[in-house]
Design a binder for this molecule. Structure first.
Ligand SMILES: [Zn+2]
Length: 414
């Protein structure tokens, strides 16, 4: 069992160690859900120093009846109460981007991808499913910067006309008035997607890069609805567990957790990553020393044992010949043409000013409830908390069971 090995390797008291009583365990989505289940269900018998371990309470009860028949009530403790679970921020971000793409594919992202060269069905599927994090990140930035500049435009024109200096606070006040007047559902939905979701996903990455726990918490708060509106059962559970754990942990533990929201392996302080991606980077780096083809056990062992020496030789040779490495440096992204291209599409279709029904950029009718996506998503999240955390016995309506529909056709199928 992996968790027991982690416990023994880290000198946890429960496994006979003498270094620490508890620790943090960081992992991505699927292991997170499994570990959480084990934390809740796995128990250890403490009767007469028995210490036998069980993966479920039911198995423990059978054991108690067989092995300790004289006892009226057998004592047990949770076996995996010695760690806090941390969701790997790299994977969390990937899933945020995936849910954002899934939600906004029909409204705006499909036409955007077409404009910048994703033409065949296979290419579009590739973009929609976010198969390459780097490309998805570029697409998200193009969408965000282009749309934000178009959303700012009416306010800037208004300020120029009045001879006042534009600022961020007044921009929100100005756009809020437009939002309240509800003249264009396209405009309102775009405001939510850009000023709340895509901005918060960008903030999420910045918070990890610079190890800023306050910004990380705010961006998790601002993006939570992305997981709850449509179908993301694993990350719905993770988001809520992560939020509750953070609220309930003792202050000293929280301070420690916050101090290490991310770490960096380079000298540049803006290249922080969470432990999940650090591990993947380490893995890639190890593999770079392995010759092509399937490695044998002895090659693995040789590479792993000599990794530090190999890296040192590489570093020394590079500096001896004054060769610059890319490590820890950021590269220019060259997105301006694509941003301009997408702004032309928004402007030429007059998309943000259209009144009437909520539609996609390519005139596909969108479901009338979609413009209230945040409210609908919040209702579903609250229902999840009531039924899964507070264990209230509530009936789940058709609305709760199904994702928020994107189009009238999807509503009919649901
Ligand atoms: Zn026992």
């Amino acid at each position: 069992m992996v968790l027991r090995k982690i416990g023994r390797d880290n000198g946890i008291y429960k496994y006979g160690g003498s270094v620490r009583h508890w620790t943090f365990v960081c992992c991505d989505g699927l292991p997170y859900v499994i570990c959480k289940k084990l934390q809740e269900e796995a128990v250890m018998c403490t009767e007469d120093n028995c210490n036998e371990k069980f993966l479920s309470k039911t198995k423990f009860i059978i054991h108690a009846q067989e092995k300790h028949p004289n006892k009226e009530y057998c004592e047990c403790v949770h076996e995996f109460d010695w760690f806090y679970l941390r969701i790997g921020a790299g994977h969390y971000e990937m899933n945020l981007i995936k849910s954002f793409f899934e939600l906004n594919w029909i409204p705006f992202l499909e036409p955007l991808c077409e404009r910048i060269g994703f033409l065949s069905d296979a290419a579009k599927q590739y973009a929609k499913a976010c198969k390459d994090l780097h490309k998805s990140w570029n697409l998200l930035l193009i969408f965000h910067l282009a749309s934000l500049r178009e959303l700012v435009l009416p306010y800037v024109r208004h300020s120029l006309k009045n001879g006042s200096n534009p600022d961020a606070k007044q921009f929100f006040e100005f756009n809020n008035q437009l939002y309240q007047s509800n003249a264009s559902p396209n405009f309102n939905y775009m405001m939510d997607q850009v000023c709340r979701f895509s901005q918060a996903i960008i903030n999420f990455r910045m918070s990890i890069r610079r190890n800023n726990s306050d910004l990380l918490k705010s961006s998790k708060f601002m993006t939570k609805e992305l997981f709850h509106g449509r179908q993301h059962p694993k990350y719905q559970e993770i988001e809520i567990n992560d939020t509750l754990q953070d609220l309930l942990m003792p202050c000293a533990v929280q301070n420690l957790n916050d101090a290490y929201s991310s770490i960096t392996t380079t000298e540049n302080k803006s290249t922080g990553q969470d432990f999940d991606f650090i591990l993947e980077e380490k893995n890639r780096q190890l593999k770079s020393w392995i010759p092509k083809g399937i490695p044998t056990d002895s090659i693995w062992q040789t590479v792993c044992r000599n990794n530090l020496i190999l890296e040192k030789i590489k570093h020394n040779s590079l500096s001896l010949f004054a060769i610059q490495t890319e490590k820890g440096k950021s590269k220019p992204m060259h997105l301006e043409d694509s941003i301009h291209n997408y702004r032309c599409l928004l402007r030429s279709t007059n998309y943000l000013n259209k009144s009437g029904d909520h539609i996609s950029i390519t005139n596909v009718a969108l479901d009338e409830g979609l413009v209230k996506y945040i409210e609908q998503s919040t209702t579903k999240r609250n229902h999840y908390i009531k039924t899964h955390i507070l264990k209230e016995d509530l009936e789940s309506s058709v609305f709760i069971r199904n994702p928020v529909p994107l189009t009238p056709t999807e509503r009919k199928i649901l």
